[in-house]
Design a protein around this ligand. Structure first.
Ligand code: GLC
Length: 548
């Protein structure tokens, strides 16, 4: 007798990521806020998403746009108040939408009271809450570099020791070896869950465990410590155990391998529901930095995503994403954001959403927003981009070359305000936006997209999301990659029981002769139905059929 265990609800769910400062501004100060989000809940409900993940809205000096938190239990006044957050939560829940908070606990802001106390003296009770070490021969304790450039250590003059910051100088790393730190984090998580939030997206969660012996000496770079699994299991016992199964946890895990992901997400290990892995978004990075562009080969993308599909087929679960607030716009990066913007944006959506895993829609992708097109350094705000520019130019690089790299890779490409309409503030703000609105908002915007009938990208996303809700094959079916060596065809099947879904997509602006039959009952496609050319895919065409 077989026992049927119901699949987790998030196998058939879709998450929408909001980057609050760029979503919608209700106060006219040029920065998006909670009121703005509340005003768009009907829009999100129409799209059909199940969960909204909010990038950080906690109190913060905003050195890294809120990923530097100075108070975990308050909302930054830029975004609103706790009372307004409660309203947002209630209004989202009333529409059947869950709210997931960003949990940034690898580091705090240097303006967090914990760090202020910790840096105060060598002997204060919170000294050990952060990673403090003596220098070695008048230099940093080891050779680690910060993700945002420069050494990962900062000398603190008051006590003569260095503190570790894997990210910006203003983002000191917490010491997870310390039991009190862990308890304080779990207590804070429980506080949010008691308030009604539906889970957490855990920022760089695999970086919390440092190999202690690496911290001093000639260790060249961070390697994930194995205790991360103990910490996550402990977190489960102290935070999630006994709570309702409707919660969701997703860990951002840069550098994680398929094997790591299996350990993080196998249901019997009680660590995370799913991870964000980075392999496929690193394929076009140069060997030196991510700002060196290497043209992406579709074969490599298929090999990578295909390996993750088969690796997690039996146990574990993955998140599916092409874009977020740290990545360039997907249509500019993987598609054609000019002539074939509609076709390539919808192709990318179909390919992604029909893989096995939980799809994440990054705000604006549902209308095919493009990269920002910035041409001067003054237009950028992102700390990573500004640090990179300054370091490179100081080392002798030509500013024009560095600007060219930023134009395709800067995180600000994804952070320009959401383009709601063609008005001067793009319907985002009545004031001066904190980051320039992309000039193409006069044609690329929600209002125009929703009036575009068969060429609405939003409508295409809406149908894909509905398909995942309705179809067990999409949620749970086995994945098989077809024609893995074909340079421009992305083809795969999903099957469950007697049902098979076939997906074929043409990643090029040229026509493509199909090496396989794509006959079947049409499910969704991005060219007018009934005009299919047998045996061919048109530029950036995607076709999805039920195979008999
Ligand atoms: C994550 C966030 C990114 C942030 C970094 C440091 O990668 O997604 O935006 O800068 O962590 O918190």
């Amino acid at each position: 007798m077989s026992i049927d265990i119901a699949p987790a609800w998030w196998t058939s769910a879709v998450v929408y990521q909001i980057y609050p400062r760029s979503f919608a501004d209700s106060t006219g100060d040029g920065i998006g806020d909670l009121g703005g989000i509340r005003g768009k809940l009907d829009y999100l409900q129409e799209l059909g998403v199940d969960v909204v993940w909010l990038s950080p809205i906690y109190r913060s000096p905003q050195a890294d746009n809120g990923y530097d938190i100075s108070d975990y239990r308050d909302i930054d006044p830029l975004f609103g108040s706790l009372a307004e957050f409660d309203l947002l939560l209630a209004e989202a829940h009333a529409r059947g939408i869950k709210i997931v908070m960003d949990l940034v606990v690898n580091h705090t802001s240097d303006e967090h009271a914990w760090f202020e106390e910790s840096r105060g003296s060598l002997t204060n009770p919170k000294r050990d809450w952060y990673v403090w070490r003596d220098g070695v021969d008048g230099r940093e304790p080891n050779l680690w570099r910060s993700m945002f450039g420069g050494p990962a250590w900062k000398l603190d003059a008051a006590t003569g020791q260095y503190y570790l910051h894997l990210f910006a100088v203003k983002q000191p790393d917490l010491n997870w070896e310390n039991r009190e730190v862990r308890s304080a984090v779990y207590e804070m998580m429980n506080w949010w869950l008691d308030r009604g939030v539906d889970g957490f997206r855990m920022d760089v969660i695999n970086l919390i465990a440092k190999v202690q012996s690496d911290l001093v000496g000639d260790s060249p770079g961070f390697v994930m410590g194995d205790q991360v699994h103990d910490y996550l299991q402990e977190m489960n016992r102290e935070v999630f155990a006994g709570r309702d199964a409707d919660l969701i946890t997703v860990g951002e895990t840069p550098g994680a391998t398929v094997d790591d992901a299996i350990r993080f997400t196998s249901s019997d290990r009680l660590e995370l529901d799913m991870v964000f892995q980075f392999e496929h978004v690193g394929l076009d990075h140069g060997p030196r930095t991510k700002f060196d562009n290497v043209p992406l080969k579709l074969v490599d993308l298929k090999r990578s995503l295909g390996r993750w599909q088969s690796g997690l087929a039996e146990s574990g679960w993955n998140s599916l994403y092409f874009g977020n607030h740290d990545q360039p716009r997907s249509v500019s990066r993987f598609g054609d954001d000019g002539q074939f913007r509609f076709e390539s944006a919808t192709l990318l959506a179909a390919i992604l959403h029909l893989h096995r895993g939980t799809p994440y829609v990054y705000q604006g992708d549902e209308i095919g927003m493009t990269n920002a097109g910035f041409t001067t350094i003054e237009q950028y705000q992102d700390i990573e981009s500004l640090n990179y520019y300054n370091e490179e130019v100081a080392a002798g690089a030509s500013p024009a070359d560095v600007l060219a790299s930023l134009a395709f890779r800067s995180r600000d490409n994804a952070r320009t305000p959401v383009q709601w309409d063609a008005s001067p503030g793009a319907g985002f703000t009545t004031g001066t936006p904190w980051l320039a609105i992309t000039p193409n908002h006069t044609t690329i915007n929600v209002a125009a997209d929703r009036a575009a009938g068969l060429r609405s990208i939003f409508e295409f996303y809406r149908r894909l999301i509905a398909l995942r809700h309705e179809s067990p094959v999409v949620a749970l079916g086995d994945f098989e990659m077809l024609e893995p060596e074909h340079p421009t065809l992305y083809a795969f099947t999903r099957s469950l029981g007697a049902e098979t879904l076939l997906v074929v997509g043409n990643f090029s602006s040229e026509g493509l002769e199909l090496p396989l039959s794509a006959d079947g009952e049409p499910v969704i496609g991005n060219y007018p139905q009934g005009e299919d050319v047998a045996g061919e895919l048109r530029p950036w065409e995607v076709r999805v059929v039920w195979r008999g």
